[in-house]
Design a protein around this ligand. Structure first.
Ligand code: S3P
Length: 166
């Protein structure tokens, strides 16, 4: 099986959907942020604070490179993994790219009390999140399939992915 790569903005359900999808497909699950955390021995917040965002982005690219040669994985990416054109190319080389979206109200509600995401430290208002999302829209659109998760259960989203893969 080709890898299935989930992209999307923070709070669109990549990790939750990815884990259930891997379970349903009977394959392994990899979370790129978790791989970076274990490789660096530090939380995402600490990586950003100690080394800055560009260091994190470099680690992100190296981690993406690591999955290109692998097969049979469901991979969830960090929300900013699609920013770099090189990363987008690598993600397409790694597998089928599925972008999860949600409306701004849903995203804002899901991120309301999050403490693990450095980009939210500068604010998490619907306006700020919408602006960040708008900046990235074309990058997320570069996918084989887009699924709007708004108002859907995780099961429903997983079923949509599976029917696309069949
Ligand atoms: C980021 C999203 C996060 C994480 C980092 C940066 C982003 O991943 O990679 O905090 O730039 O959108 P999630 O989308 O899993 O929260």
């Amino acid at each position: 099986m080709r890898n299935v790569v989930l992209t999307g903005f923070m709070g669109c359900g990549k990790s939750t959907v990815g884990q259930m999808l891997a379970e349903r497909l009977g394959c392994r699950y990899a979370d790129l942020d978790a791989l970076i955390v274990s490789r660096e021995g530090a939380s995402i917040n600490n990586i950003f604070a100690r080394h800055g965002e560009s260091y994190f982005r470099q680690a992100e690219t190296e981690t993406i490179r690591g999955i290109v040669a692998l097969n049979g994985l469901v991979v969830s990416t960090g929300g900013g993994a699609v920013i770099s054109p090189l990363n987008r190319e690598l993600l397409h080389a790694a597998g089928v790219v599925i972008n999860l979206t949600a409306d701004i109200t849903t995203i804002t509600a899901r991120l309301e009390s999050d403490t693990d995401r450095p980009l939210l430290r500068e604010g998490r208002s619907a306006e700020r999140l919408a602006a960040l999302l708008a900046e990235r829209e074309a990058m997320y659109a570069d996918a084989d399939l887009r699924i709007d998760t708004t108002g859907k259960s995780v099961e429903d989203v997983v079923a949509e992915v599976i029917s696309f893969l069949e």
